[in-house]
Design a protein around this ligand. Structure first.
Ligand code: AMP
Ligand code: AMP
Length: 339
């Protein structure tokens, strides 16, 4: 079946514009599934969105299954999929899905994620078990892709105990707070070429932690401001080449480890290593996102790094469509779909 017979579909949020623009540039038909509040936005991009499939709420998405199967849809997951649909619903859908759904369990469960990173010999911040003495600054994180929502930091045991009393999340982890700068590396692994590509790098702009420095400490005293980590936007970065070498090696190890732990296919397609880099140039991974991340939206027209591999604008969204197109040409579509 040629590429004209398939429709690339995604949920209208997160990185949908990038994904669908990329799919159109590669020659696919495109459709977006959108709630009423977003119809106007997607209608204004008729130049690359062929069809808008409206649902009242995200929960109605599975009711579109028949329509999607008729269109030979290939769904491209992004950060909103599990957040909006729930894990079980997402797994049950029979529509073709770019990526490996088995990876979702490893991504969602912070313990499994840690096992994966350790298997890949990547440095991770110290994790405190229930009952451990809090002997350094910590960050407390809830589960799931929440974009930094509902995190809190504590300097010591006393502060930790106090804050935990009013913390409503049931599933969370307590991690050493690493002093350094956050750097988010975006990669793409192609099972067709067995190669990891650097796509781009960003840092997040988080409220209010990224603006506390604007108020001198002496003026903050008494205001009782707690840092929070809710992402508002993403900022593009270019990184020291020596650090890039280490990041690429980390990415390759993540893929190898995934092929062992989540065998046989492991992780493929876009992924992001979310790191904190310290003053001694140690790279700590705080999280891995096994899908396209919103930071790639800074690079819809390509990044300095994709320019090295492609003499045309290559976003992560477009790279996904290119992979599907190459797979169709090689008669290997199954290799890039779930199942
Ligand atoms: P939205 O596109 O705003 O509907 O976001 C959908 C979900 O994706 C949010 O609930 C977050 O979990 C996640 N998300 C959105 N924007 C970002 C971002 N810039 N960085 C990381 N995660 C994000
Ligand atoms: P995450 O949801 O794990 O990507 O974390 C969201 C934000 O919290 C990051 O961008 C950092 O600003 C901050 N953060 C998370 N974990 C740590 C950590 N272990 N040390 C320092 N900052 C962290």
């Amino acid at each position: 079946m040629g590429i004209k017979k398939h429709t690339i579909v995604t949920l209208g949020s997160h990185s949908a514009l990038q994904i669908l623009k990329g799919a159109k540039d590669e020659g696919f038909k495109t459709a977006v599934i959108a709630t009423p509040d977003r119809i106007a936005l997607y209608t204004s991009y008729k130049n690359f969105i062929d069809e808008i499939m409206e649902v009242k709420t995200w929960k109605d998405f599975p009711s579109l299954e028949k329509d999607l199967l008729e269109r030979n849809a290939i769904i491209i997951p992004h950060g909103s999929f599990v957040a909006y649909l729930g894990m079980a619903e997402n797994k049950q859908m029979q529509v073709s899905y770019f990526g490996n759904k088995l990876v979702l369990d490893w991504e969602e469960n912070r313990k499994m994620q840690r096992l994966w990173l350790e298997e890949a010999q990547i440095k991770v911040p110290h994790k405190f078990k229930r009952g451990d003495r809090i002997d350094r600054p910590v960050i407390v994180k809830s589960y799931g892709a929440a974009g930094g929502k509902g995190y809190f930091v504590s300097r010591n045991q006393k502060e930790f105990d106090e804050k935990l009393k009013s913390f409503s999340e049931e599933r969370f982890i307590v991690q050493e707070y690493v002093i350094g700068v956050p750097v988010y590396f975006h990669f793409f692994y192609s099972p067709l070429t067995s190669k990891v590509e650097v796509m781009s790098i960003d840092k997040r702009y988080e409220t209010n932690v990224d603006s506390l420095g604007r108020i001198p400490a002496k003026n903050q005293r008494g205001l009782n401001i707690d840092p929070s980590f809710e992402v508002v936007a993403n900022i593009p970065m270019a990184i020291r080449e020596s650090l890039l070498a280490e990041a690429v090696s980390m990415a390759e190890r993540v893929i190898q480890a995934s092929q062992k732990l989540i065998s046989p296919k492991g992780l493929f397609g876009p992924f992001c290593l979310e790191t904190i880099i310290t003053s001694t140039e140690e790279i700590y991974a705080i999280e891995i996102s096994a899908r396209i991340v919103a930071g790639t939206n800074c690079f819809i027209n390509g990044s300095p790094y994709t320019y090295l591999n492609y003499n045309e604008p290559m976003s992560t969204g477009r790279r996904i469509a290119r992979e599907i197109k190459n797979a169709i040409k090689l008669n290997k579509l199954k290799e890039v779909l779930d199942g």
